[in-house]
Write a protein that binds this ligand. Sequence first.
Ligand code: DON
Length: 306
Amino acid sequence: MESIDFQRTLAAIAEEVQPLTGAGKVATYIPALARVDAAQFGIALCDVDGQEATAGSAEVAFSIQSISKVFTLALAMQQVGEKLWERIGREPSGDPFNSLVQLEHEQGVPRNPLINAGAIAVADRLVSAGADPKAKILSLISDLCGDPITFDEEVAASEAATGFRNIAVANFMKSFGKLDNAVETVLDVYFHQCAVSMNCIQLARAAAFLCRDGRHRVSNKPVLNERQTRRINALMLTCGTYDAAGEFAFRIGMPCKSGVGGGIIAVLPDRLSLCVWSPGLGASGNSVAGMRALELFVEKTGLSVF
Ligand code: DON
């Protein structure tokens, strides 16, 4: 493997995207996200040799939001196995992350596990799989990154208080017989997973198993097997950034998962995991400076899955 000075690369990227931080709009649907200063940027990287690099505000915690969908999917793959796919598809949606339209045509089976409807279906599977799924989610994420991770209860309560569309999605799926558990119980899991609070370093570490064929970055024990891990990466590439997934593949060429807190995780299998964060979002709900930072990373290093 050619050696790249990642620390220098990330520092250069942080400087270059500075004018873009503050571009875009922070998510405003709940006060805890609306009051975040848009003009912030952080980036962190872990490679398969254990090298780490950071730049900017890589230690500032933010709301991981939809990035959590990757971790709940991993947990459901561990707990449910192949049966998970009886209720969830694997196609990009081409619609916004909280869209209801396809659910009607497709009888309550969500297009993929990385849109809201799919993540709600995953949460339902986790509730069925046994006691305290919320604790299991925190335990998995904490184990993956090596720090104790918690929910921001203010964010979780606001998600529940304003989550009318998610409540509609869950009820709609329930009406098709595609949720086994009570809508409130399933949504309590979903609203909490959105409210996990982490920083860039923790997220880059937590995503590291995705570039190590499913193996834990410290213990080397399998979190998932190779096939399951490939499948998560494939879903992130095709569905991880909602209806901007094509644009991400075109401009960046790495499996990515974004959240409306402004975070994006990115994976280069067999090589490295990255997390970027900048709260200003573009029209598709993805971080403007974060997306540009990933594009610059690929330009500067020549690394890509393609
Ligand atoms: O469930 C929701 O709609 C919000 N908690 C946003 C989740 C999210 O991050 C979607 N996308 N980027």
